[in-house]
Structure formats: C-alpha cells, structure tokens
Design a protein around this ligand. Structure first.
Ligand code: NAD
Ligand code: IPM
Ligand code: MN
Length: 367
C-alpha cells in the first residue's frame, strides 16, 4: 500500500478546534476501516512564533516537504497583530505555499440542499450551486518584488506591492482549470482586469492561447474581475470553473463562501505540479476561513470546511474517491437531519457545537 503520511498543522484560534474533528475521523478510519493514515503534527502561525520566533520552523517546513499531504487549520489572531511583518502568523502559510510550489488552489463552493435557505441571497439564486474557483497561489501581488515600505524622507512613506505574472504561471494554472472543467460542466470563466493592469492583459492573452492550443473543446469566457464579483452575487449559477489570480481569487472565494451559507463551509486544496517520475503532487488542504478570533475557544466553530478539506485530501492525494464521496454525503446527511452550528443555524433547526457536529458526521460516515 502506498504511504499515507499526513502532517497536521492546526495553527491558531479555531484551527485546532476544527482539526480535532478531523483527527477523530482519521483515528476512526484507521481503527474501523484499516485506512492506514500515519499522522505527525507541527506548529504554524502564532503558536509557532511563540515557540520559535518564526511562523513556521525549518524543521516543520522539512516535515511538510516530506509528507504525502499537509492538513492545515488556520493561523492568525489579535495576539500577534504587532509582530514584525516577516514573522506574522500568515507568513507561515505563505512560506508553505511558496516553498511547496502549491500554485493551484481549488476552492469549490457548493450549496448543500439543506442550506439553500441559509444564504444571505435568495434561495433560487443559490439552490443547486456547484462552482469551483481555481486561484493562482504562488505568484501575483502576494509574492512580486519589490515589496516594501520606503521612507521618502519628507515625513512620507511609500508602501509597494508588485503584481507579477510570467507566461508559464498563467499557462499552468489555466491548464488546471481547463482540465477540471472537462470533468464538470466544461465551462471556464477567466477573470482579470485587462482594462487597467498589464498583468491582466498578459493573463487574458495566455489563457486565450492555452485554450486555442489545447482546450478548444471547453467553453471559455473572459470577465473583468470586478464585474465577476458582481455576477457572483447576481447569478452565480452562470459559472462552472472560475480561473483567476492570487488576490482576486482570495476575494472572490470569500464572496463565494457566503453563497453556500457560511465561510465555515468552504474547503480548499492547494496542489503542486505532479513529479515527473512519481507523478505525486505536493498538496496542502485547508479551510478557506481564518482563525475566527471572535468565536475561538467557545466550541461553536463549524468544522465542516476542515472536514470537507480532508475529503478533498482523500480525493486528490490518495485516490480515495469512494471515501471522499461518502464523507461529503455524510456532511449533506447531517445537514438534512437539521444539525447546525451557530453560523448556519436557522429557526426550527438543532444547534450543535463543533464536537457534536464532528461526531455526527463521523457516525454517518461510518454508517
Ligand atoms: P475569519 O475567516 O477568521 O473570520 C471571519 C468571520 O467568519 C468571523 O466572524 C468568524 O467568526 C466567522 N467564521 C470563520 N470561520 C468560521 C467557522 N468555521 N465557523 C463559524 N464561523 C466562522 O477571517 P478574519 O476575521 O478576517 O481573520 C482572522 C484571522 O485569520 C486574521 O489573522 C487573518 O489573517 C487570518 N486568516 C487566516 C486564514 C488561514 O489561516 N488560511 C484565512 C483567512 C484569514
Ligand atoms: C486565505 C487567507 C490567506 C490569503 C492569508 C491568511 C495569507 O486569506 O487563504 O484565503 O490571503 O491567501
Ligand atoms: Mn482569504
């Protein structure tokens, strides 16, 4: 059996609370199904800064590079608001993404039938929604140089971030989007701002060329990213796969989160390129939400995004498609039973805490 070495990086705030539910699930799968997961743990974010003075230690970074997959909770919080930029909790996540070359971030937004009435949008707008945002994750303004604050010497400072994209980066992320579209509704919408940004002009050109050369069978639309945000809340079901850059993808996926009822519902997979020899991809799986300092420690966080991220891990890193499907069905079934954490609660439903929600999903999954 191929190895299934997982590194768990729970992080800060509600990260460890959500991760605890996945740990229970992994133990249950090992005990009852002989799934053979081997787990190790490390520190990332504010807790790593407190322990080592860095948002991730070199030792934990090495463990992440060696693991078959990394499960990541969330990082950050007010406790670390004043720490230097370079060692902020978020820097740990950015280092993981950059050093592991996780350029493809898949952020599915699915509206579970039981939650169609829980969205802040009208039911018919979100009912049956199943879209996938493919966010470029290792380039753009997140990593472009120069990135600095300079003192202009006249009492003024200048903050600089630089948006940079090279052809190969746009080619490989659009390739991922087109390939995935072929397994879905065969439709890609590329979002940039070619009306203002040079990198947007190049993005549009390269996506168009990649489409023409290799994916002409897939329907391709282009949309300006600001209009794309508007269309996501006007009529999101017009989309199948959205491919976009690092920053637009960050913002558009938070918007998409609310279509599903709560940001506590959205999982994600961050994937590298397949290794030329082994075909294995480096991969990290994490919820789209953050450390939610406002609710951390209260036992009320929604663990579904984290659990669904583990379903993506089984699907993409271990080919455990049946188990991934079953876990996603277990989430849907628990919601059908009326169980709700506070963020998705509505009248007539049963409010439960993080652990009860986790237990109910595991029980359904084990069936
Ligand atoms: P957030 O996602 O942490 O919280 C936004 C809102 O959504 C809060 O009201 C929170 O209570 C709610 N929420 C989030 N996840 C939830 C869940 N699972 N269940 C129920 N409610 C949930 O975003 P923020 O407040 O802007 O950021 C807080 C910190 O998290 C910051 O330090 C930020 O940098 C960090 N952050 C980390 C990640 C990550 O680790 N991947 C992602 C986003 C933000
Ligand atoms: C996300 C987060 C991160 C991002 C932060 C915490 C670095 O918001 O994963 O969506 O901006 O990418
Ligand atoms: Mn974000």
């Amino acid at each position: 059996m191929a190895s299934k070495n997982l590194l768990l990086l729970a992080g800060d705030g509600i990260g460890p609370e959500a991760m605890a539910e996945v740990k229970k699930l992994i133990s249950a799968m090992n005990d009852k199904l002989g799934s053979g997961f081997v787990t190790d743990e490390g520190l990332v974010g504010g807790c790593a800064y407190d322990a080592h003075g860095a948002a991730i230690s070199d030792a934990d970074m090495a463990k992440a590079m060696a693991a078959d997959a990394v499960l990541f909770g969330a990082v950050g919080g007010p406790k670390w608001d004043a720490v230097p930029y370079e060692v902020r909790p978020e820097a740990g996540l950015l280092r993981l993404r950059k050093d592991m070359e996780l350029f493809a971030n898949l952020r599915p937004a699915i509206c579970y039938p039981a939650l169609a009435a829980s969205s802040s949008l009208k039911q018919d707008v979100v009912e049956g929604l199943d879209i996938l945002i493919v966010r470029e994750l290792t380039g753009g303004v997140y990593f472009g140089e120069p990135k600095q604050i300079i003192d202009l010497g006249n009492g003024q400072k200048r903050g600089i971030d630089t948006q940079v994209y090279d052809t190969f980066e746009i080619e490989r992320i659009s390739g991922v989007a087109f390939e995935l579209a072929r397994t879905r509704k065969n439709h890609v919408t590329s979002m940039e701002k070619r009306n203002v940004m040079k990198s947007g002009v190049l993005w549009n050109e390269v996506v168009t060329q990649t489409h023409k050369a290799r994916y002409a069978d897939v329907k391709l639309d282009h949309m300006l990213a600001d209009a794309g945000g508007m269309q996501l809340v006007r009529w999101p079901k017009q989309f199948d796969v959205i491919v976009t850059d690092n920053l637009f993808g960050d913002m558009l996926s938070d918007i998409a989160a609310m279509l599903t009822g709560s940001i506590g519902m959205l999982p994600s997979a961050s994937l590298g390129a397949p290794d030329a020899k082994t075909k294995k991809r480096k991969a990290l799986y994490e919820p789209v939400h953050g450390s939610a300092p406002d609710i951390s420690g209260k036992g009320i966080a929604n663990p579904i995004a984290m659990v669904a991220s583990f379903a993506m891990c089984m699907r993409y890193s271990f080919g455990m498609v049946t188990e991934a499907d079953r876990l996603e069905s277990a989430i849907a079934a628990v919601l059908d039973d009326g169980l709700r954490t506070r963020d998705i609660h509505s009248p007539g439903m049963t409010e439960v805490g993080t652990t009860e929600m986790g237990d109910a999903i595991i029980a359904k999954f084990l069936g």
